[in-house]
Structure formats: structure tokens, C-alpha cells
Design a protein around this ligand. Structure first.
Ligand SMILES: Cc1cc2nc3c(=O)[nH]c(=O)nc-3n(C[C@H](O)[C@H](O)[C@H](O)COP(=O)(O)OP(=O)(O)OC[C@H]3O[C@@H](n4cnc5c(N)ncnc54)[C@H](O)[C@@H]3O)c2cc1C
Ligand SMILES: NC(=O)c1ccc[n+]([C@@H]2O[C@H](COP(=O)([O-])OP(=O)(O)OC[C@H]3O[C@@H](n4cnc5c(N)ncnc54)[C@H](OP(=O)(O)O)[C@@H]3O)[C@@H](O)[C@H]2O)c1
Length: 511
């Protein structure tokens, strides 16, 4: 029998002693131990077939169902390796399985779906022996967190647009932060003070009340704005409220919310929704605060090359605003930068190095970039870099959004890249300008023969933007193009695209 014995990778956020302990623990859990592992044929290079954000959660869990607990937990993550939680998908799963990490709500891109699946997996798992290891690792050693100066968030969309996309600039001078195209930028944004004040009022408290969580004491208002995620209360908040609900109808309503029932009184509530809907349910404050997850930093694909903008980092941010449960809702970080952070003020930030989203080292290789919407961000950086390095390789960009007139963001810059020859080919897909929706993958299919020719010339393909719909459809289109123009059946085309990925010629930065 082949036995997979997971090992913590070197970059996992643990000390040498912790790593040794965890590796021993995993070996033990797999039915061996580190000393005896040699007796079984150990596969050094473990494969993670579920490690693809294009798969649904259920499919990912099914692929991992016969693997050990750390791997099943890994399969529940969003598979982006974005680092937002302070881990990679693999190391977060391992840290939870070992008991070193208690929080099941850190995977921001995976959201509630992921935290629910993690809870279910942990509920089935045999109890983990208590461990002395503390999750010291919210941020991997070596991550430099610095205060960068915010220079502004300029609107990119024109009049009449349904979108509000901003070009955000930070001054990195003196911070020690540096980056390469393909990296992401992380930032710690506080929650909207109006929302915090509404929560404080609904709790019947005052902003200055001193509260404690994890041995940290601070005024309630500060804790709610900078430390805790009140926008995304996990199941444990609802459970805490159920525990303290005296009225059966409140318990029943909360139970329906917990189950995600179609007739639940609230859909995907934030903490304020819950407090307003259940005014007679007020758990003790320390218990309620303990049940909230920590506020996570937000990540943004870097939209600049440092060769073109020395000492600065640029981002392309879609501002999140929507209505839910009869209230206007605002994305924490995107509206903070767009509306509340004054230019000149500082913000805690870090650089999240890319895990496999890099321009080819060989400058002569052709590059194909597919990035509708905010997915354009890293490709602005790539094009600036290719221009600055005078890379002789050809560059092809697929871009699109709703309307050409108001959503063709960075139009002047893109046309300048065309004019100076940096951009060899540009294909645009404005989805709502015609009678029928046109998406980037339609343009890819139309240009299938040429795309196939570029692939044969060694092109590297990059996709950035929406993971759940766009990246999946683009992936399918790529396989269709390979099958049609490379005369392959479906299985061979799939294997061809997989090989592109394995050769690092097909890389995705999706969210
Ligand atoms: C590696 C990586 C790179 C990224 N790069 C970029 C980038 O370049 N540009 C960019 O704009 N974003 C990018 N993101 C996304 C970004 O990190 C944030 O998730 C995004 O800005 C929202 O953060 P927020 O704090 O403003 O909103 P949050 O407070 O986190 O709220 C967002 C949540 O609100 C809900 N929501 C949003 N819209 C709706 C709606 N219409 N209806 C109902 N619910 C809704 C969803 O649950 C969503 O998860 C990236 C993410 C990752 C992981
Ligand atoms: N949670 C939410 O409800 C919500 C809402 C908006 C955005 N977002 C997220 O925010 C991120 C970025 O959004 P964004 O504003 O930059 O861009 P976006 O919403 O992804 O839209 C950019 C362009 O992609 C098109 N598009 C929609 N579905 C597509 C598909 N299956 N294949 C290819 N193209 C498709 C859009 O067309 P049409 O819009 O005309 O279909 C639009 O022209 C994404 O992760 C997105 O999922 C979330």
C-alpha cells in the first residue's frame, strides 16, 4: 500500500521544534511514525488533485475523502494559496488538524462555505490530543508589516457605470517593503465606524467600555473596529446567541439561520442584523466577543511594476456595496480606501509574495493575459515590467467589463502599450454593449487558431479575476481551443492544459 505521510513544508509558519513535532504527529496519525516511516513506501511528492479553485467545494471534498484529516481540511479551503489567513491552504489544514490553530474562520475567500465544511470535518475527526503548540503563526515569520502612506483612490469608471473601481496608490518609501509583479499587497482596514457604533448601541453598551479577548484589553469600540470580524459572524456567534435565547421562537429563528434554511429570518446576517432581529438575546459581552472571528487583512493583486513606479505600489480595487436584509452593506476594506481613509494617512500593510504567478524568466517567451474587471490589475504590472525590461516576447491581453464607454479602465495606458509595441494583441469583451453577452472566453474561442499558435511558440498563459465563474469558464475555453486546434480528444486536451500548469505556463491569480 502506498502511504502518504504529509510533511510540513519549510515555509510553514512553525519553529524547527514545532515542525518536528507536527511531522511526527502527522506520521502517527497516518499509522506510522517518523522513525518507522521508511518501512512503508513513502511518496515524497504528494499530489493534491483538489488544489484548484475552479472545483466546487463538494468536488474538492470528494477528491480528498480518502486522505488523512489534514488533507480533507485542506480540500475545504478556497485553494488560492493567497496567504490572507497567514497560512497556505495546506498548512492551514495541517495546523487545524494538529490543534495548533483553533480558528476555523480564517479562509476569507472560502467564506462561510469553507468554515462550515471545516467544522463538519472537525466534528467527525477523532479528538486531537491537546498540544502545547500555540498558533504563533498568524503571520509567517519574515512577513514585514509596515505603515505605508495612502496617496489616494482615484475613480476609474466613467459616468453611467454600475461599477466603482478605484486606482489606489501607496507610498512605500522608508517602509522596507518591496515587491515583484505578480505579488499581492495586504492591508489591515478598520470596520466602518458607523457600523461599529450601531453595534455598540444594539449591545446596549458604550464605546469606551473596556473589554478583554485573548488577554488583550481595549475599549469596545476599538475591539469592534480593528480586531474582530463583525461583518461575517461565524456559526459560533449564532450558537452563542442560541445558548442565551430565553424565548423558543428566538431559538428556532437562530437555528434556521444556523442551518441556512430557506425560511430563515435572515440571510447571511452580519452581527448588527442578528442583534437587531433578536433584541431580547444578549449573551454576556465577553462570551459574544470570544465567539467572533478575528478581522483578516484584505489582499489585492499589485497593479504596478516597481521599475515604472519606484517607491510606490498601485492597486485596482472594486468597491463592494450591496443591500442585504434591508440594510445597505459595505465592504470593509474597499469602502475604507474609497471613502474613509484620507490621503496622507498611514495604513498597516504587507507584501504577499506570489505562489506561482510570475512572468517567465526568459524574456523572449510570449505572454497571454486574461483579466476582465479588476483582473486587469496584475497585467498592468506585467505590461509595465515587459516594457521596462524591453522584453522581446510578444504580449496579448484579453480584457472586458460591462460597457466600453464607462468600464474600459486604464484605456489610455492600454492604448499606449499598443502604440509603443509592448502590447502585440488586444481583445476586448464588453459584456453588456450588445444584445448578447460577450465574455473574454468568447474572444479566446474566436482567436483559437492564433492562441494555439502562441502556445506552440511557448506562450505562458495567465488568468486573473473572478474565481467562481470567469476562471472556470476560461479554463474550459482553453481546453476546447487545445482540443479543436491541436486535434486532441477531451482527455488529451485536459492533460495538455494540466501539463501547461505543471510547467508553470498556465498560472492563475483568482479570487
Ligand atoms: C489573492 C487575491 C487577490 C485579490 N485581488 C483583488 C484585486 O486586485 N482587486 C479587488 O478589487 N479585489 C481583489 N481581491 C478581493 C479582495 O481581497 C477583497 O475580498 C475585496 O476587496 C472585498 O473586500 P472588502 O473588505 O471591501 O469587502 P468585505 O467586507 O470582505 O465584503 C465582501 C463580501 O461581501 C459579500 N458581497 C460582495 N458583493 C456582494 C453582493 N453584490 N451581494 C451580496 N454579497 C456580496 C461577499 O460575501 C463578499 O465576500 C483579491 C483577493 C485575493 C484573495
Ligand atoms: N459576491 C458578489 O455578489 C460579487 C459581485 C460582483 C463582483 N464580485 C467579485 O468581485 C471580483 C471582481 O469583480 P469585478 O467587478 O472586477 O469583475 P466581474 O464582476 O468579474 O466582471 C467583469 C466582467 O466579467 C464578466 N463576466 C461575468 N461572468 C463571467 C464569466 N462567467 N466568464 C467571463 N466573464 C464573466 C462580467 O460580465 P457581466 O457582469 O455582464 O455578466 C464583466 O463584463 C470577483 O471576484 C467577483 O466575483 C462579487
Amino acid at each position: 500500500m502506498t502511504v502518504y505521510i504529509p510533511k510540513l513544508p519549510e515555509e510553514a509558519p512553525f519553529s524547527a521544534a514545532q515542525r518536528a513535532w507536527l511531522n511526527g504527529y502527522f506520521a502517527g496519525m497516518m499509522g506510522g511514525d517518523t522513525g518507522e516511516a521508511a518501512a512503508a513506501p513513502v511518496v515524497a511528492e504528494e499530489d493534491f488533485p483538489w488544489h484548484d479553485p475552479a472545483f466546487d467545494l463538494d468536488d474538492r471534498l470528494a477528491m480528498a475523502k480518502d486522505r488523512a484529516l489534514p488533507r480533507r481540511l485542506m480540500a475545504a479551503m478556497a485553494q488560492l494559496d493567497c496567504g490572507q489567513c497567514g497560512y497556505l491552504c495546506q498548512t492551514y489544514g495541517e495546523a487545524i488538524a494538529s490543534g495548533a490553530e483553533k480558528s476555523l474562520g480564517k479562509c476569507v475567500p472560502g467564506g462561510k462555505e469553507t468554515s462550515k465544511a471545516l467544522r463538519a470535518l472537525m466534528a467527525e475527526a477523532p479528538a486531537v490530543a491537546p498540544t502545547a503548540i500555540k498558533a504563533e503563526a498568524a503571520h509567517p515569520p519574515g512577513r514585514l508589516i509596515a505603515e505605508a502612506v495612502f496617496k489616494g483612490a482615484t475613480p476609474l469608471n466613467g459616468a453611467g457605470s454600475a461599477k466603482d473601481t478605484r486606482h489606489v496608490v501607496f507610498d512605500l518609501s522608508g517602509t522596507g517593503l518591496d515587491y515583484r509583479p505578480g505579488d499581492a499587497f495586504g492591508l489591515y482596514a478598520p470596520v466602518d465606524p458607523a457600523l461599529v457604533d450601531a453595534v455598540v448601541a444594539a449591545l446596549g453598551s458604550v464605546p469606551s467600555q473596556m473589554v478583554e479577548r485573548d488577554s488583550r484589553e481595549m475599549p469596545l469600540r476599538d475591539m469592534l473596529s480593528t480586531t474582530l470580524d463583525i461583518a461575517r459572524p461565524g456559526d459560533s456567534v449564532v450558537e452563542t446567541m442560541m445558548k442565551h435565547a430565553a424565548r423558543p421562537e428566538d431559538r428556532e429563528g437562530l437555528a434556521k439561520i444556523l442551518d441556512g434554511a430557506a425560511d430563515a429570518p435572515l440571510a447571511d446576517p452580519d452581527l448588527l442584523d442578528l442583534l437587531l432581529k433578536f433584541p431580547s438575546v444578549r449573551p454576556p459581552l465577553d462570551e459574544l466577543l470570544a465567539s467572533l472571528e478575528e478581522l483578516q487583512p484584505r489582499l489585492y493583486s499589485i497593479a504596478s511594476s516597481p521599475r515604472a513606479h519606484e517607491g510606490e505600489v498601485h492597486l485596482t480595487i472594486g468597491v463592494v456595496r450591496y443591500r442585504r436584509n434591508d440594510r445597505a452593506r459595505q465592504g470593509v476594506a474597499s469602502t475604507f480606501l474609497a471613502e474613509r481613509h484620507p490621503p496622507g494617512a498611514r495604513l498597516r500593510c504587507f507584501v504577499q509574495p506570489a505562489h506561482g504567478f510570475r512572468l517567465p524568466d526568459d524574456l523572449s517567451k510570449p505572454v497571454i493575459m486574461i483579466g476582465p474587471g479588476t483582473g486587469i490589475a496584475p497585467f498592468r504590472a506585467f505590461l509595465e515590467e515587459r516594457r521596462a525590461t524591453q522584453a522581446p516576447g510578444k504580449n496579448w491581453l484579453f480584457f472586458g467589463d460591462q460597457h466600453e464607454a464607462c468600464d474600459f479602465i486604464y484605456r489610455d495606458e492600454i492604448e499606449a502599450f499598443q502604440a509603443d509595441g509592448t502590447l502585440t494583441r488586444l481583445d476586448l469583451a464588453f459584456s453588456r454593449d450588445g444584445a448578447k453577452k460577450i465574455y473574454v472566453q468568447d474572444r479566446m474561442r474566436e482567436a483559437g487558431a492564433e492562441l494555439w499558435a502562441w502556445l506552440n511558440d511557448g506562450a505562458h498563459v495567465y488568468v486573473c479575476g473572478d474565481a467562481s465563474r470567469m476562471a472556470r469558464d476560461v479554463d474550459a475555453a482553453l481546453r476546447e481551443i487545445v482540443a479543436a486546434h491541436g486535434n486532441m480528444d477531451e482527455a488529451a486536451a485536459k492533460a495538455f492544459v494540466q501539463k501547461l500548469g505543471a510547467d508553470k505556463r498556465y498560472q492563475r491569480d483568482v479570487y
